[in-house]
Design a protein. Structure first.
Length: 257
């Protein structure tokens, strides 16, 4: 059993990294199409609505990438106590969030290509078909949420270590600090945690991703991600909440030069 558990843990990391890579390819394909397809005398990428959609997709791709790489870093430092705590708690969190957002992102990217994206011989449709498997493989969403609860119940020192890291990372940013407080409050509400385990898993994921982006990404990317993913505004589709963001700078950063 210990051998199997170790193998499953590494496979969950692989699922997260693989999904982030597939999302990156999906986004690159959409941006390339929109840079060359003209509609109403403009390239699609220059149309405000399309620019916002692509920028919104790019935010999730960059967040998924940095979160997966941060988790990979913890696997590479097995002798470090804090790294091992991050690995234990954030493996199900990262796997859950990165793999969950992949299929929806692939659909929106496919829509950027229109009907051509839907044709199964094309890259977009094949990526859309491929991305759901990692959300199911080695632990579906409920399994990841329950694994997180298991850590909360059995390994309080692990939770405390990760929360200390996140508290340090949110210093200096009011939005991140407010979201950290919401996560911390949710963690204390033991009677309802099993009912809200998915909510907690996602909240931890976006908090960690936002803090990493704030530390390492350009301001335009970090500001837009934090404003749209950590706000109280309910979003059900891409392309919302970026009216004040530098959408073109975000898209240009995402283009595979």
């Amino acid at each position: 059993m210990p051998t199997i558990i170790e193998m499953v843990t590494h496979t969950r990391l692989d699922c997260a990294v693989g999904s982030a890579g597939l999302m990156r390819l999906t986004l690159a394909n959409a941006i390339q199409h929109c840079r060359h397809r003209s509609v109403f005398q403009k390239h699609l990428i220059d149309q405000p609505l399309m620019s916002q959609v692509l920028a919104d997709l790019a935010l999730d791709v960059e967040a998924a990438t940095v979160l997966s790489l941060r988790l990979s870093h913890s696997f590479d430092h097995a002798s470090d106590r804090r790294a091992m705590a991050w690995r234990r708690l954030m493996t199900p969190v990262t796997k859950y969030w990165v793999c969950k957002i992949g299929p929806a992102l692939a659909y929106e990217a496919m829509e950027c290509l229109g009907g051509n994206g839907y044709v199964e011989e094309g890259l977009a449709a094949r990526l859309y078909r491929e991305l759901p498997v990692n959300a199911i493989w080695e632990g579906s969403g409920n399994v990841m949420a329950l694994d997180l609860l298991r850590v909360l119940q059995r390994e309080p020192d692990t939770v405390a270590s990760v929360m200390d890291d996140l508290r340090d990372a949110t210093r200096g940013d009011a939005h991140l600090k407010a979201h950290f407080s919401r996560v911390h409050t949710l963690l204390q509400d033991q009677p309802v945690l099993e009912w809200r385990a998915r909510e907690l898993t996602e909240a931890l994921a976006v908090l960690a991703a936002g803090s990493i982006l704030r530390a390492h990404a350009p301001t335009a990317v970090a500001d837009a991600f934090i404003a749209t993913r950590l706000s109280s505004h309910t979003r059900h589709t891409y392309g919302q909440g970026l009216a004040g963001a530098d959408a073109r700078a975000i898209v240009d950063r995402a283009f595979p030069h």
